[in-house]
Design a protein around this ligand. Structure first.
Ligand code: C2G
Length: 130
């Protein structure tokens, strides 16, 4: 059983996120998503999410590629997560390329190409412009 993990806020879920999750799952047999909590988003990422953690968790759990959703509470938990969940592959979109190479001591690290022309920021900006 090859276990994959990825991290994110996944607020205003869109097809760029789904593209990432589909390709992440294709790298193994079991995909864990560490979902940023509301507190982590506000305190550490400066993000105010539209949907609460519980709603974002329910949405992710409804996606066929996702096997488990766990909370991402801080920047420092990744090594422990990889060890505790016996992760083989860590995956992120390539906007994070290089930022998590230190995890190569613990598992494979893969950066997947971001889906162009879609982001929560873009969605919000276009809705504001209406
Ligand atoms: N993503 C993508 N294409 C897009 C938008 C997002 O591939 N058009 C990917 C991102 O690269 C990321 C994932 O979807 O791998 C989730 O995106 P965000 O929710 O924006 O994640 P982020 O806020 O970058 O959180 O500890 C890591 C952080 O929690 C990552």
């Amino acid at each position: 059983m090859k276990r994959v993990i990825t991290y994110g806020t996944y607020d205003l879920l869109h097809y760029g996120h789904i593209n990432l999750l589909r390709r992440a799952k294709a790298l193994g047999d079991y995909l864990i998503v560490a979902l940023s909590t509301d507190e982590f988003n506000q305190d550490a990422k400066g993000k105010k999410t539209y949907f609460s953690y519980e709603i974002r968790k329910n949405l992710l759990e409804s996606i066929r590629y996702v096997d488990l959703v766990i909370p991402e509470k801080n920047w420092e938990q990744k090594i422990a997560d990889i060890q505790n969940y016996q992760v083989d592959v860590f995956v992120m979109g390539d906007d994070w390329a290089g930022k998590f190479d230190f995890l190569k001591d613990y598992c494979d690290v893969v950066y997947l190409e971001r889906t162009p022309d879609i982001s929560t920021t873009k969605i919000k900006a276009e809705l504001m412009g209406q």
